[in-house]
Structure formats: C-alpha cells, structure tokens
Design a protein around this ligand. Structure first.
Ligand SMILES: Cc1cc2nc3c(=O)[nH]c(=O)nc-3n(C[C@H](O)[C@H](O)[C@H](O)COP(=O)(O)OP(=O)(O)OC[C@H]3O[C@@H](n4cnc5c(N)ncnc54)[C@H](O)[C@@H]3O)c2cc1C
Length: 393
C-alpha cells in the first residue's frame, strides 16, 4: 500500500503546491512529483526575486481565455484576499508596487517557505528529480510510472505549467498527457514577452537601448498604459509585455509616447511663443531628450521650430502620439513569462478543474487556457485553480 495514494500531484510549482495543500488538509494521502531538483523555481525568480504574488484588483477582465467566464468560479472560491490572508498569517511583509500589484518586501523565497510549511502541516510527501514515464488508468486507479516503481492513485492533478523558460524546467508534459487522454488543447504561444522588429526599427531600438518611458500601447480594443523599454533586441517593459499577449504576426501596434500630451497643439503653441527654440529641445521638455533627437533626426528636422510648417509639426506629432510599429516576432519562450492557450476549458469543470470525461483527472495553473495580465494575476490563477482542484481531488 506504500505506493497507493489518494492524490498524485504532478508538478511542484505554484498551482501544484496549492492543490496538494488543500487535498492534504482534507486528510487525503498526497504526494507531489517534481521533475527538477528544486521546487517552486518560478516562484523564486518571479517579480525580480520579490514575487508579485497577487493583485488587489484581480477579476475576470484580467484574464485571456477562449471562455472569459471560466475563471469566475475558482476566483470566487479562493480569492486574492484569501491568499493575502495566508501571507499575513505567515508574517510575510509586502507592499503594493503599482496598479494593485503586491510584492514581498524581502524575498520570494518567503512565499516558497510558507507553502512548504503548509505542505508539511498538511502531511504532503514531496519527491523531486522524478522522471515520469507514463500515466494511465487501470482498474479505476491512475498509474504513474516513474521508472523504478509505479505509483497508484484515485486522483491525479496535473500542474506542470507552461512552456516558458525551458532552461528552468518547463516541459510539454501536461499537453502531451492531455492529448493522450483525448483532451483538446487551444494553440499555445509565448505571452508577456518582448517584441522584436526588422532591421530599420531594430537599429533605432539599439540606439535607444536602456531608455524607458511611460507609454500607452494599443492593439484593436486593448490598450495598456505602463512603462516601455527600448532594448538591443526590440521593445520591452510592462506595456509591451501586456500587449504581446494579444499580438499576432501581421498585427501593427500603436504607441503613444506622450499619453498626457496633445503634441500637435503643444508644438503649434510653442511655434508662436518660442519660435527660435530648436524643435528637438522643445520636444525634449515632454519626452526623453535622446528619444526627441532620434525622432527629429528620423524625420529630418534639426532646426528651430519656426522653420517648420504646421504640416511638418503634424507629422512629428503623429510619430509621438500615434507611432505605428510592425513587430516581426517575439523573443519566444526563452524569455516569455507565460504561455497563452493550453488545455481547452470546455474539457474542464470550472468549479473543480476536473476533466469532465475523465473523473479524477485535474488540470490546473498555467497549463490551462487561462492567461493573466502582468501584475500578479497569473499567480492568483495558480492559487485559485490549484485550490479548487485540491478541495475536490
Ligand atoms: C521570469 C518570470 C517571472 C514571473 N513573475 C511573475 C509574477 O511576479 N507574478 C505572477 O503572477 N506571475 C509571474 N510569472 C508567471 C508565473 O510564474 C506562472 O504563471 C506560474 O508559476 C504558473 O504556475 P504553475 O504551477 O501552473 O506552473 P509552474 O510554476 O511553472 O510549475 C510547474 C512545475 O512543474 C514542473 N514540471 C514540469 N514538467 C514536469 C514533469 N514532466 N514532471 C514533473 N514535474 C514537472 C516544473 O519543474 C515546475 O516546478 C512569472 C514567470 C516568469 C517566467
């Protein structure tokens, strides 16, 4: 009976931890099987080492999924306030950085330690460096073949995460398992990822590398106003990462480099009030000087503002308030924070995360076709979806 469990959780990350804690608290015999040496590695590196563990304003509008209502049940069964309560219970100090994003004051390791402590309290067995060969169902039980032995259980929770950052242990295990059980998958793509550009724009990005500013980025109905960063590979920063989750090859994006400014009216007024000032210096009052110089030289305007017709001022304004760029790709899974798409939510019960046609089999976290905006929403989804599976498995 040593190899018989009530619940086997595959994947020792955020969602797997939460499932195991809840199942263990219910007195279930639970084991977590983790492929890597260390548990919770993505938690450790998250939020620049301070883990943006949730968001004060998480709600269904912060998630991308083919079924936008799918998240409602899990988020209401285990909310951001529930996780904040747990963090407070463990005396972990945190702060709101911006836009409701909650970060640890000290280190993301405190969140991992907190979860490990909860796992121990719940009696969960943790096993690392496990290589899972096969999962199949036989005689009403799931069999998980780990080479040296085959573990059996009534329930299996698959929490192996998405495809991003393969060097940290990301695998396609969960997707392959889903296919084996005949479960549909929504196409996957890197998301929350820097965007790349062709030669002309790339050289501008390289020239401005390191420069960041507040920008409003729009694509169709979606727009995000947060920081934007020029890098030697293209464009990055929170606003670009956010829009990347909506971007598809062929789409243009529109960038407002001075969201608080009607640039054309400003320039026309300054042409009257300070006609002898260099146009790039006038613009440098509103956007970083390097950027102003770069845009002015691109249009070929290096003189004083009164030298230029209103038509030229309009052209410059467009470059600032409505700069249209055409990404040629993204940095891909190598740097993406998350994976868009995944297990089709039509296959799952939103109340329990159980596969409708395979009782006892659950998929949770990033594996599922639910992708959060930047800002702590992805972890909240991992906690919430993991919780409901753990309460039912
Ligand atoms: C650099 C970076 C920073 C991020 N920062 C934030 C942030 O601050 N806030 C936020 O909300 N989100 C953040 N995210 C996203 C967040 O980390 C993920 O959405 C979240 O970790 C998903 O949880 P999960 O449990 O589904 O998957 P993971 O945390 O990826 O856990 C999956 C686990 O399964 C294991 N595994 C994989 N294959 C197998 C296998 N075959 N057998 C056994 N185990 C396996 C993996 O090793 C891993 O431990 C960040 C992501 C990255 C890459």
């Amino acid at each position: 009976m040593r190899d018989l469990f009530d619940v086997i959780v595959i994947g020792g990350g955020a969602a797997g931890f939460m499932s195991a804690i809840q199942a263990g608290k219910r007195g279930r015999k639970v084991i977590i099987l983790e492929r890597s040496k260390k548990f919770g590695e993505k938690i450790r590196i998250s939020g620049g080492g301070r883990c943006n563990f949730t968001n004060l304003y998480t709600n269904k509008s912060n998630f991308i999924s083919e079924n936008p209502n799918f998240v409602i049940s899990a988020l209401s069964q285990y909310s951001n306030q529930d996780f904040i309560g747990l963090v407070k219970q463990h005396n972990i100090h945190f702060h709101e950085k911006t836009l409701g994003q909650l970060f640890c004051d000290e280190s993301s390791k405190l969140i991992i330690n907190m979860l490990i402590e909860e796992l121990k309290k719940a009696g969960v067995i943790l096993r690392n460096e496990v290589n899972i060969h096969e999962v199949f169902k036989e005689g009403g039980l799931f069999n998980v073949n780990i080479g040296v032995e085959t573990l059996k259980s009534k329930s299996v929770v698959v929490a192996t995460g998405g495809l991003s950052i393969p060097k940290m242990g990301a695998t396609n295990f969960g997707y392959k398992l889903a296919k084996k059980f005949g479960i549909k998958i929504v196409d996957t793509n890197p998301a929350l990822v820097p965007l790349t550009f062709n030669d002309t724009l790339l050289s501008k990005c390289k020239e401005l590398s390191g420069l960041s500013l507040d920008a409003l980025i729009s694509l169709g109905k979606e727009s995000f106003r947060e920081g934007m960063l020029f890098t030697h590979r293209g464009l990055s920063g929170p606003s670009i990462l956010q829009i990347s989750s909506y971007w598809k090859l062929g789409d243009n994006i529109s960038i407002n480099l001075a969201p608080n400014l009607d640039t054309y009216s400003f320039l026309v007024e300054r042409k009257k009030s300070t006609p002898k000032q260099y146009i790039s210096n006038v613009m440098a009052e509103k956007i970083p000087k390097r950027l102003s110089l770069s845009i002015c030289s691109e249009i070929g305007i290096n003189g004083i503002i009164s030298d230029y017709s209103n038509k030229v001022l309009e052209q410059l304004s467009e470059q600032i308030n409505k700069w249209i760029v055409h990404p040629n790709g993204s940095e891909g899974y190598r740097t993406a924070e998350v994976t868009l798409g995944g297990i089709d939510t039509n296959e799952l019960s939103s109340k329990t995360m159980m596969v409708k046609k395979h009782p006892g089999l659950y998929f949770v976290g990033e594996l599922v076709d639910v992708t959060g905006h930047l800002g702590g929403h992805n972890f909240q989804w991992a906690w919430s979806s993991g919780f409901v599976a753990g309460v039912n498995a």
